[in-house]
Design a protein around this ligand. Structure first.
Ligand code: HEC
Length: 229
């Protein structure tokens, strides 16, 4: 059952990738991930090593994982809007340095990651594997992740405009809040500068979907993973 879920998630996450690319296999990807383990960890007890933790990396803003000292160019790419979608990661893994140079339009940009995964199928598989580890999508829960680099106060309301249940929490960068209520309708996720702030930003989210805050801005002009402005 768990396998079925992860395959379904992978299909939906990769649906936006270029149509010439076939879908990766998360099982083969677990093998291909051995290439990455010299520098990266995943899972509950994962720690930053030579490279940052890669749990929940899909949907994360580049260069933001807490406690890791990223190179200045990948941080600049994140600030310029780079979010790790399967498609972006597919190009990054082929050649991190070229990817950053073309993303930033800067011929002198440097990647701290000195590893290239050239085989296209390996890249698709490893991305499918990382997507299968993205915990927030594994149920019909509605979740919001703080993908920004500051701490904010979040709320997840289920039951649409009837707002039958609300969970709230302060989230540090990278943390996720889910509302596990049974839900049949769309729901809202909201972010506030603090628990006492009256105004913030809200987004309508479908049942079983997740949203991530990329950057907080006043007057409901926050940037979200699935929507800018
Ligand atoms: C030799 C060490 C090394 C290997 C092997 C390696 N990486 Fe990395 N990786 C890094 C380093 C160092 C960074 C930080 C890059 C920076 O700061 O510019 C990084 C960054 C990343 C990022 C960006 C993360 C973020 O939060 O922005 C992704 C995605 C990534 N690596 C995926 C992979 C995958 C998938 C593999 C295996 C196919 C892999 N890496 C293999 C060292 C490595």
């Amino acid at each position: 059952m768990r396998l079925l879920y992860s395959v379904a998630i992978t299909v939906s996450l990769l649906a936006n990738a270029a149509s010439s690319q076939s879908i990766g296999d998360p099982i083969a990807g677990e093998q291909a991930f051995k290439n990455c383990m010299a520098c990266h960890q995943v899972g509950d007890s994962a720690r930053n090593r030579i490279g940052p933790v890669l749990s929940n990396v899909i949907g994360r803003v580049a260069g933001t994982y807490e406690g890791y000292r990223f190179g200045s160019d990948i941080v600049a790419a994140g600030e310029a809007g780079l979010v790790w979608t399967p498609e972006q990661m597919f190009d990054y893994l082929d050649n991190p340095q070229n990817f950053l140079r073309s993303f930033l339009g800067n011929d002198r940009a440097r990647a701290k990651m000195r590893f290239r995964l050239r085989d296209e199928q390996d890249r698709r598989d490893v991305i499918a594997y990382l997507a299968s580890l993205t915990t927030a999508s594994l149920s019909s829960d509605i979740c919001v992740t703080n993908n920004s680099n500051e701490t904010y106060f979040f709320a997840v309301d289920t039951g649409g405009s009837m707002a039958t249940s609300r969970v709230t929490s302060e989230l540090t960068p990278g943390e996720t809040l889910c509302n596990a209520d049974e839900i049949a309708t769309n729901s809202f996720v909201s972010v506030f500068e603090s628990s006492t702030a009256l105004e913030g930003c809200s987004r309508l989210v479908g049942a079983g979907e997740s949203e991530g805050l990329v950057r907080y801005a006043e007057f409901d002009r926050c940037e979200w993973v699935s929507h800018n402005g």
